[in-house]
Design a protein around this ligand. Sequence first.
Ligand code: ZN
Length: 304
Amino acid sequence: MSYLLIIFAGLLGLVVGSFINVLTLRWNPAEDTQVIKIVRGRSHCLRCGQQLKWFELIPILSFIFLRGRCRYCRKKLIWQYPLVEGLTALIFAGVTWRILDFNFFAHYFFSDPRTNFWVVAVILIWLFYAAVLIALSIIDLRHYLLPDKIVFPAIAISLLANLSFYFLSLTRGSLFPVHGLNFLGPYADVVNIHFNVLTSALAGAFILSIILFLIYAFSRGKAMGFGDVKLAILIGLMLGLGAGLIGLGLSFIIGAFVSLIIVLATKKKLKDAVPFGPFLALGVLAVFFFGQTLTNFYFSLFNV
Ligand SMILES: [Zn+2]
């Protein structure tokens, strides 16, 4: 039964992925247009401007049937289309699988009808977070910026979600975990026990953005931009304090590693290597999927 949910999330990911392609490819930092206006309107070939028919817009399948070329001008379609659609589908399926795996959520979901509503809500909010992180990463890679028009509404939605989860956790019989989602496993309880789902999110947003602000200020904007500081608020709200800090640490490690490879491979200078937003997104996914495994491994080193 949970497989059906995971497959459904994957299919939803294909659709959302193609929506993210439209959003990020039409994004023009010079124009001050609304997100809604960008995604409205029919899709065109980026090269010849020909309006596309519905069967040319099916995620991944269209790319395969068209053999990666526009039917009208025969120019190559960019790889971002199938890549982002596939990646989003994979991440959506993974996120759903992982949440059902958290805190026995799957057990709750299939045994107790009182939990069905909020387990689905937790899955939906995390699919939303995943979509936002993917879209922000692509825009950051293409334009070196993280638009407020995406970050600010996402912060508002995250605040609202955390507030709802907090009141839900106070509601008798809701079975919502009082300390929120535990991304790090039982070892993290020492820290998590001092926070509820709301205070953990707020503390995470506060501490993470302070850390990134200090790096931003001391490097005079060279190590990262102010957009990364605002994104840190969102990430703190998503993960809470403990997992947020681990996620931030992981994004520094991943960032340093990838930057080193790029510098060695392309002889670019470190300062013009890569934007930091995608690494923050990767850090979130890393702690979301592997936080528990990493924490268990780390502590197992001391319990020989
Ligand atoms: Zn064309």
